[in-house]
Design a protein around this ligand. Structure first.
Ligand code: CUA
Length: 175
């Protein structure tokens, strides 16, 4: 088969690029253990609102003193709609959806994860003092643009730990 020289150059160029792209993804995933901000923990979306792993909704402190935020996305709200957390303190977010895929984004921070029904997304981050908007950045239906919540980040000394403490530390499912 006679392939034109230029066509041959482009074919090889594309082949090399594809090898680089797939190779770098494989190197990150298997070589450096870099994975999406989640872990594989499943949940039934139909019962997510009553699932004990999301009780209490919002803030809680585990036996080790680590702060957790549990949030459920529903069309078209983040539950709870407001949370107050201490500044400069690591907070582990546990997120799930009771219906469709949503996008949890704490605007102007690195706190962001896709929220997929059937799975619990998790990430840990901390914030500077201030008021933050929590938006939905994944189109989820007619009310998508109204799906917002507030995050208040107050000085650590002012933060009132919630009275409900959970015996269940989020660490049990971490990998
Ligand atoms: Cu939820 Cu868009």
């Amino acid at each position: 088969m006679n392939v034109d020289l230029y066509e041959r150059i482009w074919m090889w160029g594309v082949a090399v690029m594809l090898a680089l792209f797939f190779g770098s993804t494989a190197a990150a995933a298997f070589g450096h253990q870099i994975h999406p901000p989640s872990h594989v923990e499943t949940i039934d979306p139909k019962t997510a609102l009553s699932d004990p792993r999301f009780k209490p909704q919002g803030m809680s402190v585990d036996a080790q003193g680590h702060i957790h935020a549990r949030v459920i996305g529903v069309m078209f709200a983040w539950l709870p709609t407001e949370m107050t957390v201490p500044a400069d303190t690591p907070i582990t977010f546990h997120l799930t959806s009771a219906d469709v895929t949503h996008g949890y984004e704490i605007v102007r921070t690195n706190g962001q994860a896709m929220v997929v029904p059937g799975y619990i997304s998790q990430f840990t981050t901390q914030f500077a003092q201030g008021e933050y908007l929590i938006a939905c950045n994944e189109y989820c239906g007619i009310g998508h643009h109204t799906m917002a919540a507030k995050l208040h980040v107050v000085p650590r000394a002012q933060w009132q730990a919630p009275t409900t403490t959970t015996s269940m530390s989020g660490g049990a499912h971490e990998h």
